[in-house]
Design a protein around this ligand. Structure first.
Ligand SMILES: Nc1ncnc2c1ncn2[C@@H]1O[C@H](COP(=O)(O)OP(=O)(O)O)[C@@H](O)[C@H]1O
Ligand SMILES: [Mg+2]
Length: 352
């Protein structure tokens, strides 16, 4: 049994016919960092709020550390669940110093203990010198670390963070992904982070849970999620990809598609007649005598690489998307050029 168990959780909001969350099952290990990833409205915040106790599931049960905190007949109030919450806007008290903000959640402790613990967590988040400042005197990244310190102070079973990086600009965002993960690891805390950004999810988590319309689509470590997406939705949500339909060869290794024969990384476990393939653009590499050949229809400069949209010679005009492939920036490729490329089998996956 996992440290946190979400068992068959369903949530209908009053007056709605579709559930915001549908039959969700998820087990989380102690010390694990999990992200719930999905488009806006897929039920991420609702799931987090049900764990926190701000919202009650219509059906299902929630357990933390072997203790039922929610079931049909019993709901432990939020303050008794041992949960630390970091809100999207940090929700710091503007009229209190950083130290007081962090001490706030420790109401049952003595003043001396409160101060000591607050100083300890401020040191953990690298803000021990800012204890006497007020929130407005801190940068966005520092405010977030205070919010995290406040959540960690009472030594919760789990820290919940809703879109923690969405208020930060690109540079700071990258730094905070690193800082937050570091702090959570050092505190040895279990954490559930909600985000709609694939890069956030991949950078911070042990495992990612992709959701769509209230339903879990796949649970996997970042690399596995990217390499072996379960279905078309996941394949497209966690990165750019080419989706092709094809028929499987008798050898269960080769797929016949409109761009030609494509080789899978391994022999497929069973024979399936019609299949869908996801081919990552970085799996397609320009080569003098490549197996695939086509005309460059569009070029987008992406900074670290160029995105080439290539219409294959044997690909019917307009009836299908051109192939997206990445080319090194130093390579001169203009629209109309004929290019040939190979496809690395490791970046090909069969999807539902
Ligand atoms: N209090 C509410 N009352 C009715 N519907 C709600 C309420 N909160 C959320 N929803 C609906 O539930 C679905 C999931 O919302 P939410 O969990 O906030 O999504 P996410 O955080 O993934 O963007 C959405 O369709 C949203 O409109
Ligand atoms: Mg949300």
């Amino acid at each position: 049994m996992s440290f946190i168990e979400l068992k068959n959780i369903t949530k209908y909001f009053a007056g709605t016919s579709n559930p915001a969350v549908h039959s969700l099952n998820l087990g989380i290990d102690k010390g694990e960092i999990i992200t719930l990833l999905g488009p806006s409205g897929c039920g991420k915040t609702t799931t987090l709020r049900m764990i926190a106790g701000f919202e009650h599931p219509t059906d299902g049960a929630i357990e933390i550390d072997g203790k039922q905190i929610f079931n049909k007949t019993h709901a432990l109030p939020p303050e008794k669940r041992g949960i630390g919450m970091v809100f999207q806007d940090y929700a710091l008290f503007p009229h209190m110093t950083i130290l007081k903000n962090v001490m706030f959640g420790l109401n049952k402790w003595s003043v001396r203990e409160k101060k000591q613990r607050a100083k300890e967590v401020l040191e953990l988040v690298g803000l021990e010198d800012f204890a006497n400042r007020y929130p407005t005197q801190l940068s966005g990244g520092q405010q977030q670390r205070v919010a995290l310190a406040r959540a960690l102070a009472p030594k919760p079973h789990v820290v919940l963070m809703d879109e923690p990086f969405s208020n930060l600009d690109a540079g700071l965002r990258e730094k905070m992904r690193f800082d937050v993960t570091n702090i959570l690891r050092k505190a040895n805390t279990t954490a559930i982070i909600v985000t709609h950004d694939q890069k956030d999810a991949f950078a911070v988590s042990d495992r990612v849970v992709v959701m769509k319309d209230g339903v879990i689509q796949q649970i996997a470590a970042p690399k596995e999620m990217y390499r072996c997406p379960k279905n078309c939705f996941v394949a497209q949500f966690v990165g750019k990809t080419n989706l092709l339909t094809g028929t499987m060869d008798d050898d269960q290794r080769h797929i016949h598609t409109h761009i030609g024969k494509v080789c899978l990384p391994d022999q497929w476990k069973e024979h399936v007649e019609t299949v869908k393939l996801s081919i990552r653009p970085e799996g397609c590499q320009l080569a003098e005598q490549g197996a695939y050949c086509g005309v460059v229809e569009r070029v987008t400069y992406g900074g670290e690489y160029q995105e080439l949209y290539v219409r294959l010679h044997n690909q019917p005009e307009l009836s299908s998307e051109p192939m997206l492939i990445y080319a090194p920036v130093e390579q001169d490729v203009e629209i109309g050029r004929i290019v040939s490329f190979d496809i690395k089998p490791e970046l090909i996956a069969l999807v539902e």
